[in-house]
Ligand binder design. Structure first.
Ligand SMILES: NC(=O)c1ccc[n+]([C@@H]2O[C@H](COP(=O)([O-])OP(=O)(O)OC[C@H]3O[C@@H](n4cnc5c(N)ncnc54)[C@H](OP(=O)(O)O)[C@@H]3O)[C@@H](O)[C@H]2O)c1
Length: 189
C-alpha cells in the first residue's frame, strides 16, 4: 500500500513518521517540486520518495494536507481514479463556507473516495512514535470499504479510529467549526 502526501509540512511529516515505523512506503509532494523535498525524503529513509504534485496519483491513498486556500488549486492539478482514497486532513480555519461541509466541497473536486481524518488533532499530540494505542482519531466518509481500509492503517499505527459515518454528518462534527475539532480524546485501559 503506497501512501502519498499532498503537502509535506507538519501534518505530512508527523503522520509519515508513524507510517515509516510501521513499514509503509510513502510519496511526498509540495508546491515547489520534488527537488525541494530531497532533504525531507532523506530523513525518512528508503521507504520515502519525492514526486512532483502531478505524480502523487501513483499512490493508493493520498493524504491532502495543504492550507485550505490551496485545495481547489491543488486538486485541479491531479487526476485520481474512483478506486483511490483521498484523505482530507485540512481545516478551513477562517474561510466562510456558507454552511457547507468542507469535505463535501473536497469530494466535488475529485473523482476518488474521500475520507475526513487527521484534522481534529494537533500534530503535537500524536508526535510520539509509535503511538500508544490510546489516541482516538475520528474518521468520516461515504464509502465504507474506504473507511475500513484507512481505519486498518490507523490501527496498524496504534491509533484508535472512531467512525462517525458520512461526510455530511461526521465530517461536519470533525471540521474546523465542529465540536470534535481540537479535541484530544484519549482512551485508557
Ligand atoms: N498543524 C496541525 O497540527 C494540523 C492538524 C490537523 C490539520 N491541519 C491542517 O492540515 C493542513 C496542513 O497543515 P500543516 O500544519 O501540515 O501545514 P504546513 O506545515 O504549513 O505545510 C503545508 C504544506 O502544504 C504545501 N502546499 C502549499 N500549497 C501547495 C500547493 N499549491 N501545492 C502543493 N503543496 C502545497 C506546502 O508546500 P510548499 O512549502 O512547497 O508550499 C507544505 O508542504 C492545513 O489545512 C491545516 O489546517 C493541521
Amino acid at each position: 500500500m503506497l501512501i502519498g502526501f499532498i503537502g509535506a509540512g507538519n501534518v505530512a511529516q508527523t503522520f509519515a513518521r508513524h507510517l515509516t515505523h510501521a513499514g509503509y512506503k510513502k510519496l511526498f509532494s509540495n508546491s515547489r517540486g520534488k527537488e525541494s523535498l530531497k532533504l525531507t525524503v532523506h530523513s525518512f529513509g528508503e521507504l520515502a520518495h519525492a514526486v512532483d504534485l502531478e505524480d502523487i496519483s501513483r499512490a493508493d491513498i493520498i493524504i491532502l494536507c495543504v492550507p485550505w486556500t490551496e485545495v481547489t488549486n491543488v486538486l485541479s492539478k491531479i487526476k485520481l481514479r474512483p478506486d483511490q482514497i483521498l484523505v482530507d486532513a485540512t481545516n478551513f480555519l477562517r474561510a466562510n463556507l456558507e454552511g457547507r461541509v468542507s469535505s463535501l466541497i473536497v469530494k466535488d473536486l475529485v473523482n476518488a473516495k474521500v475520507i475526513k481524518a487527521l484534522n481534529t488533532v494537533h500534530m503535537e499530540w500524536i508526535k510520539d512514535v509509535p503511538a500508544k494505542n490510546e489516541n482516538v482519531l475520528f474518521i468520516s466518509g461515504d464509502d465504507q470499504a474506504a473507511e475500513n481500509t484507512f481505519s486498518s492503517i490507523l490501527k496498524d499505527l496504534k491509533f484508535i479510529p472512531v467512525d462517525l459515518g458520512s461526510l455530511e454528518s461526521g465530517g461536519k462534527l470533525q471540521q474546523f467549526d465542529g465540536p470534535l475539532a481540537g479535541l484530544n480524546l484519549i482512551q485508557k485501559g
